[in-house]
Design a protein around this ligand. Structure first.
Ligand code: B12
Length: 216
């Protein structure tokens, strides 16, 4: 494994934004695989901080600093990730509307899902955080997306994923748009229970899921 991935992980754990940017720039300059940098570096770092917070070894400001460092580094990588399969490739792969559900402001996982989907050739319309069911649907309608992807990191806001599916069903739009869900507290079973069309545990599984859904 390239030692830079470990350095990236440590930069995130330390909440060192400048170093995260510097290392991401090095990934770009030296043509190191950006997907590996995300998976082996950035995600590993934020996971470590998350675990430390959960066990009481880290505090909220530590998490916020790590999240900021993560964002700053990911911003640098976004362009090379988007260039993944060449310009215009998305036209063939399909359009996806992505967002974090109502009541939830977590966006690190969502952004990674967006980056990897983009890098796999999909056109991703990221509508941001704290989004209502009708906002997801309005955007999907506007751009002609086939998939709506909804992220939730809180047990309370998981309910908003259910509301999204119910909204589509109630408006007879579920044939038009498929819904996929994900995020920390969600599960395959939760996806099945609420009538979602798919669930993925990680961003790379989200890519496989979208590839399957677009082929059907
Ligand atoms: C970073 C973080 C924050 C940051 C968010 C910064 C940001 N810009 O996102 C800050 C500090 C702001 C924050 C705030 C809060 N947080 Co917080 N946060 C976290 C933390 C540490 C990491 C989350 C994360 O980014 N993980 C890394 C990413 C890469 O993983 P991920 O999001 O799961 O995403 C992956 C997959 O799930 C999947 N995926 C994600 N989305 C989607 C979508 C689709 C469609 C698909 C297919 C896949 C997919 O792919 C991703 C990549 O592989 C977690 C702890 C943890 N261990 O997860 C707590 C955690 C989620 N937070 C928690 C809480 C309670 C809060 C607060 C309520 C705290 C408070 N008291 O204010 C607020 C919430 C405010 C709100 N209304 O949303 C709890 C939730 C508990 C629960 N079960 O409900 C957790 C679990 C911490 C804990 N153990 O208590 N948080």
């Amino acid at each position: 494994m390239n030692p830079i991935f470990e350095e990236i992980k440590d930069a995130i754990v330390d909440g060192d934004e400048d170093l995260a940017i510097e290392l991401a720039e090095k990934v770009v300059a030296e043509k190191i695989d950006p997907v590996q940098a995300v998976q082996q570096g950035f995600i590993k770092g934020i996971e470590e901080v998350g675990a430390a917070w959960t066990s009481g070894e880290a505090f909220l400001p530590d998490v916020m600093m790590a999240a900021d460092a993560m964002k700053a580094g990911m911003d640098v990588l976004e362009e090379v990730l988007a260039a993944g399969e060449g310009e215009g490739a998305y036209e063939d792969k399909g359009k996806i509307v992505l967002g974090t559900v109502e009541g939830d402001i977590h966006d690190i996982g969502k952004n990674i899902v967006g980056a990897l989907l983009t890098s796999a050739g999909f056109k991703v319309y990221d509508i941001g955080i704290d989004q209502k069911a009708e906002d997801f649907v309005a955007k999907a309608d506007e751009v002609g997306a086939k998939i709506i992807a909804a992220s939730s990191l809180l047990t309370t806001t998981m309910q908003s994923q259910k509301v999204l599916v119910e909204y589509l069903d109630a408006n007879k739009l579920h044939d038009k748009f498929k819904v996929i869900i994900g995020g920390g507290p969600t599960s395959k079973k939760w996806g099945e229970d609420i009538g979602a069309d798919g669930w993925a545990e990680t961003a790379d599984e989200a890519v496989l899921l979208c590839q399957q859904l677009f082929n059907n």
